[in-house]
Ligand binder design. Sequence first.
Ligand SMILES: Nc1ncnc2c1ncn2[C@@H]1O[C@H](COP(=O)(O)OP(=O)(O)OP(=O)(O)O)[C@@H](O)[C@H]1O
Length: 264
Amino acid sequence: MNEYNLNESYITDIKEKLALSTQDVQVYYGKNQAIFDANLNFPRYKITALIGASGSGKSTFLRCLNRMNDKVATVDGEISYRGVNINSPATNVYEVRKHIGMVFQRPNPFAKSIRENITFALKNAGIKKKSDLEERLEQSLKGAALWDEVKDDLDKSALALSGGQQQRLCIARSIAMHPDILLLDEPASALDPISTSKIEETLKNLSQDYSIIIVTHNLQQASRISDYTAFLHLGHVIEYNSTVNIFTNPQMKATEDYVSGNFG
Ligand SMILES: Nc1ncnc2c1ncn2[C@@H]1O[C@H](COP(=O)(O)OP(=O)(O)OP(=O)(O)O)[C@@H](O)[C@H]1O
C-alpha cells in the first residue's frame, strides 16, 4: 500500500453561504480514533460528496453531522449549524434531526402504507389537519420523483415497492419534515443502474432547496452529481475542493492516485 503523509491536506476555502461546518472533529470508537481533525465547511444548496476507500471514515463522519454516532462513538469538536454547536450535549438531538435528515444505504421504509410512511413523523410532530398532511404527502413524493408512480396506490404497503422506489420513498419521508440538510449514506449502492440514475436526478433537483451531503463509493456518481468533494484517507480529510478540481486537478498525491485508480 502506498504511504501518504496524513498531516498534509488541501482544504479549499468555501466562499458561499454555509449550511454546516465542522471544527476539529475527532471521532473515537473506544480507543481507536476513526476521524482526525475534520474541519469542513459545507455550502448551502449544493451537493457535497464524501469519497475514500473502505474504512476511510466516510460514514463515521457523515453520521456525526446529525448525531447518529451518539451511542456508538465519542465525538469531540464542534459542528456548527445556524450558529449553534449541535455537537454539544445540551443540544436536543431530535430537534437536530428535524433540520438534518438522513437516508441510509439500504432502503428502510416502515412496514406500513406509503401514506403512513410519510405522515407518521408529521403526526408525531403535531401536524394533525388532514389537508396539511395530504399536501405534505404530495409535495414530498413529488420532490422525491415518486408521485406519478404511486399516487393511485398510497394505501398499499411500502414494502411492495421496488428497491429504487423504496429508496425514493425514504427520501420523501425525510424531506416531508422540511429539513435544511439531507445526509445520504451510499443511497444508491444497493440499486440497479436505472434506479441509481433516478436517485441521482432526484438529488440534483432537490439540491435547489436542500443542502446535500452524500457518501459514495462510486466516483462517477460523485463527479456526475456533486459540486464539492472531500477525499478521506484513514480518517483524515486529505483534500476538499470543487468536484471538477478533485477529478481533473487534484492537489494531493493520495487524491490523484485514488481518483485515477492507482490507490492501494
Ligand atoms: N460501530 C463501530 N465500532 C467500532 N469501529 C467502527 C464502527 N464503525 C466503524 N468503525 C471503524 O471506523 C473506521 C471507519 O469506518 P467507516 O465505516 O466510517 O468507513 P467508511 O469509509 O464509511 O467505509 P465503507 O466505505 O466500507 O462503509 C474503520 O476502521 C471501522 O472499522
